[in-house]
Design a protein around this ligand. Structure first.
Ligand SMILES: O=C(O)[C@@H](O)[C@H](O)[C@H](O)CO
Ligand SMILES: [Mg+2]
Length: 412
């Protein structure tokens, strides 16, 4: 194509963005700031992981493509398709403005929370990947630079016999010794003499004792080798949640998660303030506004936003800053593919108060195959220095694991 590199410094030289390889983009960016790049299309492909991961691609007239991911949710790809006309022709570098633009355009459809904001999150992550590639900067650099080179990952564990305390302890041992994690999470909303999901939410004494027994078995087996959190999935009444939190106080858990629905603010706050067990919540909360009361009232000890669900990378950074005002750490909830996970990791690298990022797919077997790079090693994510998220999708792996009937999006 014969680009004269010297000309790239000449503001009058006329090259279209398409003529410039990504190698020369940095030079181009210094000259023009990437201001003449336009979004041309948005496409999605759903991958059939342990959740249906919605991968999102934003295409430009410069030939540069950004890849993101939206949390799973029925209808998210259709919502993204409906939003595509609202971003086509726009400059992908104006991430905050495009985010607000989509929120405004979709306000009649519920962009404050739910699948609309989840769909917007997928585009927002792709815009960070794209902006990083245009400006030749890793995504964390777009968020203010690094606090840390690697982000701690905690493993969400599932024992075969989920209600058996010793089975949970065995799995804890295995995940620490064989997989190298030093931070784990187990479920407490398991059957304790009643059928799961048909629980009498106000627990009997022996049920409270059974929850405490699971916590005791896991933490004693770990014996300080790893931190252990326990998740309740909003399963209990305020009265029972208080008793569980108190019953496990001696076992020094990392946190107890979602003992009650956090939107039941007063009870949430009472539980947090009434126990020495740290209380976490936030995976079903959307946008920064959703976290206001939880943080202002110091009703959580740990906040757990789900980045590809609640609004994306900038919005999670903003929640982290709000949380930091109250000295609350952030442990990002995450059930995503490597793409969404890496988006969380970049934010985790850039915020002062990152505790950890979750990993939910250790039993899947092929999670890591979706990208060419290695993502999690020894219970941590080393933040890549490549432009954008720093990941390359393995399109063969994506094609192999696509949800039935899906079409593969176009190559980058
Ligand atoms: O904190 C967690 O990872 C869990 O709440 C998961 O989102 C839930 O088990 C998914 O079904
Ligand atoms: Mg949870």
């Amino acid at each position: 194509m014969g680009i004269d590199y010297a000309d790239l410094h000449d503001p009058n030289a006329e090259y279209t963005m398409r003529e410039l390889s990504s190698e020369t983009m940095g030079v181009r960016a210094k000259r023009g700031g990437g201001r003449d790049v336009e979004i041309t299309d948005v496409q999605t492909t759903m991958v059939d992981g342990n959740f249906p991961w919605t991968l999102v691609r934003v295409y430009t007239d410069a030939g540069i493509v950004g890849t993101g991911e939206a949390y799973w949710g029925a209808g998210v790809p259709e919502i993204i398709a409906r939003m595509t006309p609202f971003v086509v022709g726009e400059n992908p570098l104006d991430i905050d403005r495009l985010f607000e633009h989509l929120v405004q355009k979709m306000s009649g459809e519920g962009s404050i929370g739910g699948t609309v904001i989840t769909a917007i999150s997928g585009i927002e992550i792709a815009l960070h990947d794209l902006a990083g590639k245009i400006l030749e900067l890793p995504a964390y650099q777009l968020l203010g630079g690094k606090y840390r080179d690697s982000v701690r990952v905690y493993c969400d564990c599932h024992a075969g016999e989920e209600e058996d305390p010793q089975a949970n302890a065995d799995e804890a041992e295995r995940v620490v010794e064989e997989l190298g994690y030093d931070a784990l999470k187990f479920d407490l909303d398991v059957p304790s003499g009643h059928e799961k999901d048909k629980a009498n939410r106000h627990l009997r004494n022996k049920e409270i004792e059974h929850k405490a027994e699971i916590v005791r078995a896991v933490t004693e087996r770990l014996d300080g080798r790893a931190d252990a959190a326990f998740d309740c999935h909003w399963a209990f009444t305020g009265g029972s949640a208080k008793r569980i939190a108190r019953a496990i106080e001696d076992h020094d858990v990392w946190w107890l998660e979602d003992p009650v629905p956090p939107e039941n603010h007063d009870v949430q706050r009472e539980i947090t303030r009434g126990t020495t067990t740290p209380i976490a919540a936030g995976e079903n909360v959307y946008r920064k506004h959703g976290y206001r009361r939880l943080l202002e009232e110091q009703a959580v000890d740990v906040v757990a936003p789900d980045l590809p669900k609640m609004g994306g990378m900038r919005e999670t950074r903003k929640v982290a800053d709000m949380a930091d005002s109250y000295y609350v750490p952030v442990a990002m909830h995450n059930v995503a593919s490597p793409i969404g996970t890496m988006a969380s990791a970049h934010v985790g690298a850039a915020i002062p108060n990152s505790l950890a990022v979750e990993y939910h797919s250790y039993q899947l077997g092929w999670w890591a195959d979706l990208v060419e790079e290695s993502v999690i090693q020894e219970g941590a994510i080393e933040i890549p220095e490549q432009p954008g998220l720093g990941l390359t999708l393995d399109m063969d792996a994506v094609a192999e694991h696509m949800v039935d009937g899906e079409e593969l999006f176009a190559e980058a």
